[in-house]
Design a protein around this ligand. Structure first.
Ligand SMILES: *Cc1c(COP(=O)(O)O)cnc(C)c1O
Length: 424
């Protein structure tokens, strides 16, 4: 399989190259030349297959020239000692993606990416620096995935004061090869700084920079798996409601769809940072400054994966596959309270996915039967928000452990020079 930049079809690269460089030299994102198709044998067996086996079938064609089958199998076994169960709650299906070590779906991408990097770089002696911006959960998942891996250090930029106490501990509490920078600005500022660093030839060379954001194709590919697996775990062709920010998760869903997984449609569920729902409605893509909300990992006004989505689908095509819907903070709070009464606790991000589906049902656009809410985080991760609503959730063991760490980060201004001086 060959990968191309979203901006040019001229320079195909391997999976290894696409993964290790992250962003194409022309500033584009790597996309596959041809999206592989699932065999009909696999499609008809999804309901009976183990998660790891589905993962193998899905990921294999994307990496086949660079990762031998036996190695891939080992990687998958060590990446996913946890599952992506579909549960029934409050009259709906919920795809729970928060059973990994940092209790958010980003573990699915980050754990595979860390192992892939480590393998693809075997025998290299020049150290690699992973530079990544986070709106909250990426940082924790990437830090956890790469923690203690020889020859790779990770620098995480996060918007100071805009992530939860626990998220900060997950990012800044590990130490060793994980460096945390608190940026005085928004997530978009963090992302801009990272993009700028990648454009800076001197820095690139000196630090051998790589990215770990959802712009990195090695993080995206393993996220295709849980969509396909979920198809085998529900009784009808699912309509996935995907709480979205940078749109990596939904892009992976679209790849699952392109691979032929039996998916009906998607909901692009956002908070008031509704650049994509607006695009779906009007056909005009207008980047916005991000606004702070309760679902902070989705506070993205200029979703980086839009470029990828746009390279694969025209607006007309996209409108056939995706409904857009946004949800306010007030609606998010109400949703958490209402669903809690039925005995299920949603985190603020998953609540956006839930309520977006409800709003579309109320408009008569969709029915309830096929809806699968993609739950992106464990509610305990956002304990502060839930406490304000009078809901107390116990921490799962993984988060309990993170809570005991002490966060240590350097604060920097949202300026490129400030980042540069931290690096050198
Ligand atoms: C990152 C994140 C999102 C948004 O995912 P994207 O792939 O950026 O769209 C949603 N919910 C949670 C909990 C997250 O951590």
């Amino acid at each position: 399989m060959q990968y191309y930049s979203t901006r040019s079809k001229n320079d195909p690269v391997s999976f290894a190259k696409a993964a290790l460089t992250g962003l194409a030299p022309d500033g584009g994102l790597y996309i596959p030349g041809d999206v592989p198709r699932l065999s009909s044998a696999v499609k008809s067996s999804l309901a009976h297959m183990e998660y790891i086996d589905i993962a193998f079938e899905i990921i294999k064609p994307w990496v086949t020239e660079d990762i031998p089958s036996g190695v891939l199998e080992e990687m998958l076994i060590s990446s996913y000692p946890f599952d992506a169960p579909v549960v029934e709650a409050g009259g709906r299906y919920v795809l729970e993606l928060f059973h990994g070590p940092t209790a958010a779906f980003k573990d699915f991408g980050a754990r595979f990416m860390a192992r892939a990097f480590s393998y693809l770089r075997r025998g290299e002696d020049k150290a690699l620096t992973i530079l990544t911006a986070t709106s909250g959960d990426t940082g924790g998942a990437v830090a956890d995935g790469f923690f203690g891996i020889d020859g790779i250090s990770v620098i995480v930029l996060y918007p100071k004061g805009r992530i939860s106490y626990l998220q900060e501990k997950q990012i800044a509490g590990l130490g060793k090869n994980i460096i945390a920078l608190a940026v005085e600005g928004s997530f978009d500022d963090c992302q801009r700084l990272v993009k700028q660093a990648f454009k800076d030839q001197d820095l690139q060379k000196k630090f051998n920079l790589a990215s770990a954001n959802s712009i990195n194709v090695s993080r995206l590919i393993p996220q295709i798996v849980y969509y396909a697996a979920a198809c085998g775990r529900v009784s009808t062709k699912p309509l996935f409601s995907v709480p979205s920010g940078n749109f990596g998760n939904l892009t992976a869903g679209l790849y699952a769809y392109k691979m032929g997984a039996p998916i009906q449609k998607f909901i692009a569920a956002t908070n008031i940072n509704k650049t994509i729902p607006d695009y779906l409605e009007t056909g005009n893509y207008i980047e916005q400054l991000s606004k702070a909300t309760l679902s902070n990992a989705m506070d993205v006004g200029a979703p980086s994966n839009f470029e990828r989505i746009n390279a694969h689908f025209s607006w007309e095509e996209l409108k056939e596959i995706i409904f857009g819907m946004y949800v306010s903070d007030e609606e998010t709070r109400e949703t958490i309270k209402e669903v809690y009464k039925t005995g299920y606790c949603l985190d603020p991000h998953s609540a956006v996915g839930w309520q977006a589906a409800t709003k579309l049902e109320q408009k008569g656009v969709i029915d309830n039967e096929n809806t699968v809410i993609v739950s992106t985080a464990h509610p305990a991760k956002f304990g502060e928000t839930l406490e304000e609503l009078g809901i107390h959730v116990a921490l799962p063991a993984s988060l309990e452990k993170a809570m005991q760490r002490t966060a240590q980060s350097n604060t920097i201004k949202a300026e490129f020079e400030a980042l540069k001086s931290q690096l050198s």
